[in-house]
Design a protein around this ligand. Structure first.
Ligand SMILES: Cc1ncc(COP(=O)(O)O)c(C=O)c1O
Length: 389
């Protein structure tokens, strides 16, 4: 258990805290619920601060930009665990990788243009590369079934190995019925490729969009959900299976600490101003601050009950964290600890708005805390530099 009082006094707020023991237990729990032959790829977009801490427990990292690659490289992640994925694969970046390294685990093909790029570069540098073709789930990502079949039919390059298919269902997939439909669709396609085109699909990298339930009103029997999902994924049969997971690995290890800096009743409501808000806090499924995420307040008090609207520090009426919540009467300096903020809050928040400082980031492992990012100024990023040229 993290001593939040100590952490708050040491680092001040706003602050992200990631509990590495919780992270490790979470990955072990997820793995224990799936067939032991399934591999896991951590989708680093969910939270780049915990990449290194997941390394010993996941088989791959799903990387969708040069920036994510640079972070992984700096952290010493082995290239043979990296899946270079995503739309807009920058030509120079990909050429640099293919020309220099023969140990990148996989590249994904998101479009016919990307296929041509990877084809051309693997031939140019006579570099063996392994690819997965991403089948679209009905959006801008991946290629159509027809395009995928055409690529396999016309494929004729000994340097580029098509190992299989990548498919991402979309995030927060609650419905196993929809997942079953997707899996049947992929299996039909695999049968067509293997029977009609006589081409072996060796592996499937599948992002199930494992859901996280963030709000106090939610109820979720995760054991039985995962058990049923595992049975569905086993329908892929005897192929190498890698599950791409971000949110469900990262969410539970994170807390976001933000303190009360002002309290006022301006006749339109009783408002609490916190030193951090929607620029750092992203709860998928939150609607107009109506839903109540899991949180606690320190120090604990036993005072009169008061109804508050909790707001952040941005100049927008959208910066509302919880509406009409009854709490023990608050004082300036009290700190909210918002739970389940390990996924996407540090990466998806609108952190540059209003040029406020970034929250510090602290990792806690076995009662040892380490500051891994300071409260960097965003004014440096938002300020034009007329000397730039
Ligand atoms: C291709 C791909 N794989 C995996 C993920 C991770 O999804 P989630 O965080 O829902 O597990 C994403 C998220 O956008 C993705 O785009």
């Amino acid at each position: 258990m993290i001593d939040y009082k100590y952490i708050k006094e040491k680092y001040n707020t706003p602050l992200f805290v990631y509990d590495i023991n919780v992270l490790h237990e979470r990955i072990k729990y997820l793995k224990s619920n799936f067939n032991k032959n399934f591999n896991f790829a951590y989708a680093v977009k969910a939270n780049t601060f915990i990449i290194k801490e997941t390394d010993s427990l996941v088989e791959r990292f799903e990387i969708c930009s040069q920036g994510e690659y640079e972070i992984c490289e700096k952290l010493g992640i082995s290239r043979n665990k990296m899946v270079i994925s995503g739309v807009n694969k920058d030509n120079e970046f990909i050429e640099d990788l293919i020309s220099k390294y023969d140990d990148v685990c996989k590249y994904t093909v998101e479009s016919y243009t990307q296929y041509e790029l990877l084809n051309e570069l693997s031939e140019k540098y006579k570099r063996n590369i392994n690819v997965l073709i991403r089948l679209t789930s009905g959006n801008q990502f991946g290629v159509s079934k027809e395009c995928l079949l055409n690529i396999i039919k016309e494929h004729n390059n000994k340097y580029l190995n098509i190992d299989g298919i990548e498919f991402f269902a979309g995030t927060e997939k609650h419905s196993l019925a929809i997942i079953e439909k997707d899996i049947n669709y992929i299996n039909e396609l695999v049968n067509e490729i293997e029977n009609d085109l006589k081409f072996e699909i060796k592996e499937i990298e599948y992002g199930p969009g494992l859901p996280v339930f963030y709000f106090q009103s939610d109820s979720f029997d995760e054991d039985s959900y995962l058990n049923d999902l595992n049975k569905l994924i086993e329908k892929f049969g005897n192929k190498k299976i890698t599950l791409e997971v971000g949110r469900s690995i990262a969410a539970s290890c994170g807390s976001y600490l933000t303190s009360v800096v002002d309290i006022k009743d301006n006749k339109n409501g009783n408002f609490v101003i916190l030193d951090g808000g929607i620029n750092h806090l992203v709860y998928y499924g939150q609607m107009m601050a109506m839903k109540v995420p899991h949180f606690e307040v320190i120090p604990e008090k036993d005072k009169n009950k008061v109804v508050y609207n909790l707001c952040g520090s941005l100049c927008t009426t959208n910066d509302l964290l919880i509406k009409n919540i009854e709490l023990n009467e608050l004082s300036i300096g009290d700190t909210f600890i918002f739970k389940n903020t390990g996924a996407y809050s540090s990466t998806e928040g609108i952190a540059l708005f209003l040029s406020r400082e970034l929250p510090k980031v602290v990792l806690v492992k076995d009662n040892h805390d380490i500051l891994v990012r300071n409260n960097n100024k965003t004014s440096v990023i938002n300020c034009p530099n007329y000397e730039e040229e």
